[in-house]
Write a protein that binds this ligand. Structure first.
Ligand code: CP
Length: 307
């Protein structure tokens, strides 16, 4: 693996190897093992053209725990504001000795374009591009599900709920769930917020507009935020009635299996797509997802930089 730009097409073995390594790193951290020497002398840069709390913070911690130097570039206060191109920004940081870039960008495919222009030894990780992919979120969601339900997904029913159409997280989750052999995969949301029926992403996926039906008997519910910033002007749905139709509350969650778990990539909008009682309740794995983000990102940096 040269760069990590998407989970689409990544073989099951490669996914499982990353998840196994992230699990081992989680256990090593619990046991107090230090990994600081692993990537000492290497430099990571978080280059974010869009806001982030989880992805940027956990990549910074992951790199530091492996002994890397870290530069954080917030493009909103960088020389991009003076007209520097994205690629010139990357090349400038490469010239300072950055080995690995974690890039978040508002345009689908922008991270691939930067990877194509990067120097031969530079590695790039997609920290979320447009509506296309958020591969490390997909990986940490799979690690979280695996810890809760075991490594064999073939007997599991999972539903992804909400604004699937604009969600790069949903795309990466669905690619990973399929690659890992999920038993049954459902998506649920208003028609305007689901991918077109012809989208290959939905091949083999059950699609429904009724959340009551969608959560019936599932083992895990993956909730999504409304990506209002990616919706065309004029097509942004009113929040009135959204929670009543597509919000996950305790009454609805009671239709899932008694041991069903709830995931959300964050940031959450409480009272819009999820009730505070569910978000903070005993079936919520939301903070476990955040914790797993550090180990997953360590595994990815190790894999790309040390093989
Ligand atoms: N899930 C996720 O990508 O969160 P941030 O936008 O805070 O990084």
């Amino acid at each position: 693996l040269r760069h990590l730009l998407t989970l689409e097409g990544l073989p099951r073995g490669a996914l499982e190897a990353l998840l196994d390594r992230a699990q081992a790193l989680t256990e090593a951290a619990r046991g107090g093992t230090s990994l600081r020497g692993r990537l000492a002398g290497r430099t990571a840069c978080t280059l974010f053209f869009e806001p982030s709390t989880r992805t940027r913070g956990s990549f910074q911690l992951a790199a530091q725990r492996l002994g890397m130097d870290v530069v954080n570039v917030d493009v909103s206060t960088s020389s991009a504001k003076k007209g520097e191109t994205d690629l010139d920004t990357l090349r400038t940081l490469e010239a300072m000795g950055v080995d690995a870039f974690i890039v978040r960008h508002g345009h689908s495919g922008a991270v691939d374009d930067l990877a194509a222009g990067a120097a031969a030894g530079t590695v790039l990780v997609n920290g979320g591009d447009g509506t296309r992919a958020h591969p490390t979120q997909g990986l940490l969601d799979m690690l979280t599900l695996r810890q809760a339900k075991g490594q064999d997904f073939s007997g599991l029913k999972v539903v992804v709920v909400g604004d699937v159409r604009h969600s790069r997280v949903a795309r990466s989750d669905i690619h990973a769930l399929k690659a890992l052999g999920i038993g049954e995969l459902r998506v649920c949301g208003p028609a305007g917020l689901l991918p077109d029926r012809a989208d290959p992403l939905l091949a083999g996926v059950v699609s429904t507009a009724s959340l009551d039906e969608a959560v019936e008997g599932v083992d895990a519910v993956f909730m999504l935020r409304l990506q209002r910033e990616r919706m065309e002007e004029g097509l942004v749905p009113s929040l009135d009635g959204y929670f009543a139709a597509y919000g996950l509350d305790e009454r609805r969650l009671a239709r899932a299996r008694p041991d069903a778990v709830v995931l959300h990539p964050g940031p959450m909008n409480r009272g819009v797509e999820i009730s505070p009682e569910v978000a903070d309740g005993p079936r919520s794995l939301i903070l476990r997802q955040v914790a797993n983000g550090v180990a997953v990102r360590m595994a990815v940096l190790e894999q790309l930089l040390a093989g």
